[in-house]
Design a protein around this ligand. Sequence first.
Ligand code: GLP
Length: 264
Amino acid sequence: MQIVILNNPADVAAYGAEIFKQQIRRKPKSVLGLATGSTPVALYNHLIDANQSGELSFKAAATFNLDEYLGLAGAHPQSYRYFMDTALFNHIDIDKSQTAVPQGNAQNPLQACRDYEAQIKAKGGIDLQLLGIGRNGHIGFNEPSSGLQSRTRVKALTPATIADNARFFADGEYQPRLSITMGIGTILEAKKILLLATGASKAEAIQATVEGPLSAACPASALQMHQDAVIVVDEAAAATLANKEFYKHVEAENQKLLAQFSLE
Ligand code: GLP
């Protein structure tokens, strides 16, 4: 894992956006794995700016989102499909038919999960997967106890996640308790993984991800098994890392070394 510690959330978003831009420039037909939540929004805004200024095109790209609430149709304002349309897809030149989000209103959710896996395979797999992280260490909706080799499936949300996400729902509004999520095994098959986390509320989860044992108790710790996972955090999210200074030093050295090579 590469741990990148930056000053603030704005720097985290800009750094993450650069990785996406490099990926799309290198391979316009990239298959991108995307995430919801508040953390990726600033990164998406960078991509929108780059697209609207003519710097970057998504015309050949395809996307797969990590997860969706089971029971919400894509037109529902709290659905992750709706979120992606309004936060990114409606503002860039991507072909909407090439943007996939698990089908929250599927008649047969189990079949929808199998179909999602098949769709990802048919596209040749995910080149770059973006992740946020829950305070309990979840990635996608892989809550603690998720099998580290799990595939796309229906997963119940923990009370902690339901409480964390309640802020997006109006008082009295129906809030789903189940989700469809890519599995941890599915996520680990992405060629490159980029996890972003900002703020003190994520510090414990980041410490468990980077320095804790590989454990279903912290699903994001599975990234320790990946060959090309980059964890980009701000100072607040990095606060409790025991080896923080080492990561900062290593990162600085890496940047100097990498500057000698062309990344394109
Ligand atoms: C939801 C999503 C996750 C996301 C998490 C954190 O639970 N399923 O993919 O990482 O929220 O969201 P935020 O970035 O708003 O803290």
